[in-house]
Design a protein around this ligand. Sequence first.
Ligand code: NAY
Length: 291
Amino acid sequence: TNPLSGMYAALMTGLNDDGSFSPDRQHALNEYVLRQGLSGLYVGGSSGESGLLGTDELLEQQEVVALDCENTTLIAHVGAPSLRDSIKLARNAKRLGYHGLSALPPHSYPFSDAEIFAYYSELQGATDLPLIVYEVPVRTGRPIAMETLVEVLDLPNVAGLKFTSTDMFKLSMLRRRRPRATLFFGFDEIYLSGAVLGADGGIGTTYNLLGRLYMALDRAVQSGDLREAQRLQEISAIFVEGLLETGVLPGMKAAFRALGIEVGPTRAPMLMRADDGDARIAELVARPEVA
Ligand code: NAY
């Protein structure tokens, strides 16, 4: 198996009611997620609201999670508007014993592929940790050219790619071109499609809540049980459909609230999009097949 392969929760962030980072709420969430038996945690990514947090808060969260989660594989997402902050986060993760790094491509301005390559090239050289790069056009506004992705994958400390795109042919081409790269698929609701085209695992928001389901889904794919894989994927898809009405992260936070685990609101300007969002999500979570 390729390095760091497996199923990871894109860990969410515990906030206080006033929107500040809450180590206590983070602990409560970590405890729940660890019980799911996933391969590991992906810390400080989009699902952790990292685009809305300050670097100091992300450094603190890295530490809180490292102390709580000693016995699992930890990947620190260190993507930040500036390379400087990314390197700071990467070195902190290394010091804390994280097993891998990942980063969104630079996207706070419309950067060129050459700038994206230069960013990853510097970042992978900043520590000796394996780096998982990221293709996520829904966040960055555009896909990265195939040739650039392959060039980045060939950098010495780059171990793989988190592929959060619906361009499935691109995923299958990447699989053939770089068999030893670890490819993670990033859309929970269609994980099955990535897995059958050769993804080595998945990283997702809804894994925080439904980790056991995604582990079972991946096992079903590995053992060739397509019927069971489809059954599990459909439960995940129905859940994500519900989340789209509230916004994915506000809805996920409402889901935890419904289960008695308070992880706070999302940070402004990210808002719950439905007035009756909490009630809707509570209903969804109460369905026997979901939680
Ligand atoms: C992260 O933290 O970087 C991620 O969670 C990436 C994975 C998520 N994709 C995005 C674009 O946020 O889990 C997915 C996504 O929330 C889910 O599939 C619902 O669409």
